[in-house]
Design a protein around this ligand. Structure first.
Ligand SMILES: C[S@@+](CC[C@H](N)C(=O)[O-])C[C@H]1O[C@@H](n2cnc3c(N)ncnc32)[C@H](O)[C@@H]1O
Length: 254
């Protein structure tokens, strides 16, 4: 979980503005429309919903059959400020809270990085059980070890992923990968330069503990809009990006 209420406050304040969240939310909407067309009544669960920015975005798009959960009391209280239907539940050990095979879509964004493989498989199995046959699970996660940086430390990250990791996890489930992409290819040189410098600084103890914080903060308007436009351009050129610091997966229940 994030280390303080302040981190959730930063997330809450950034979710509707930061280019990264905007891109991610639009990616998810796009996948929902690809699978379910204009049906806005699909039942959606956001597992590890944080402060509820995605749920709020989807509700504005007309998806009202949506609920979420998070294990953090702070996250849940921010969701309640947004008037969302959210409970405090642990992803790694829940069952009776939701009806089996009842959701069309389950979303699980950037939660698994803090667990060992065994717990990740358990969490995926817990979610799979709540998904309808032919339902989809959408999961965005931090990708490739080479992008390791101070952000990983700040959010308590244990690992970064590749598609191969998920293929291994899903072997023990009835889910299969329907589509995937890494993003953002175009921003990779920039992100990589920053992260490689951080790795050097960490190696030589050049960063103090109190200087380590997450990357979640909204830059100035010009930079924010430029980064958003670069990723949008990338998406127009490549449907499935081959490299980037995030792995976006759509899985389907057989
Ligand atoms: C990086 S945030 C991502 C939040 C949100 N999914 C998003 O995309 O903005 C990780 C979230 O996972 C939640 N979390 C951590 N451990 C959890 C657990 N065992 N069960 C449910 N949520 C958990 C944290 O409280 C935090 O809100």
């Amino acid at each position: 979980m994030l280390s303080s209420r302040e981190e959730y406050q930063i997330m809450y304040n950034s979710e509707e503005k930061l280019w990264w969240y905007k891109i991610l939310h639009e990616k998810i909407l796009n996948e929902i429309v690809i699978k379910f067309g204009q049906n806005r009544n699909v039942k959606i669960l956001d597992a590890g919903c944080g402060t509820g920015g995605l749920m709020s975005f989807l509700m504005k798009q007309g998806y009202n059959n949506i609920e979420g959960f998070d294990f953090s009391e702070d996250a849940v209280s921010f969701c309640k400020e947004r008037k969302l239907k959210v409970q405090q539940i642990d992803l790694t050990s829940f069952d009776s809270e939701f009806v089996d095979s009842s959701f069309d879509i389950i979303i699980n964004n950037d939660v698994l990085y803090q667990f060992e493989d065994e717990i990740i498989i358990k969490a995926i199995k817990n979610l799979e059980k709540k998904l309808k046959p032919s339902g989809i699970m959408i999961s965005n996660n931090n990708a490739f070890d080479i992008f390791y940086g101070t952000h990983d430390i700040a959010v308590g990250g244990l690992q970064r992923f590749t598609k191969a990791d998920f293929e291994k996890y899903l072997k023990q489930t009835e889910l299969k990968i329907n589509s995937y992409s890494y993003w953002s290819l175009f921003l990779s040189p920039l992100i990589l330069s920053v992260r490689l410098l951080q790795q050097l600084q960490l190696k030589f103890n050049m960063i103090r503990e109190n200087e380590i914080r997450s990357d979640v903060s909204v830059p100035g308007n010009f930079v924010n809009k430029t980064l958003y436009s670069i990723v949008k351009l990338e998406e127009r050129i490549f449907r499935n990006g081959g490299f980037g610091s995030s792995l976006f997966l759509v899985m389907i229940k057989k």
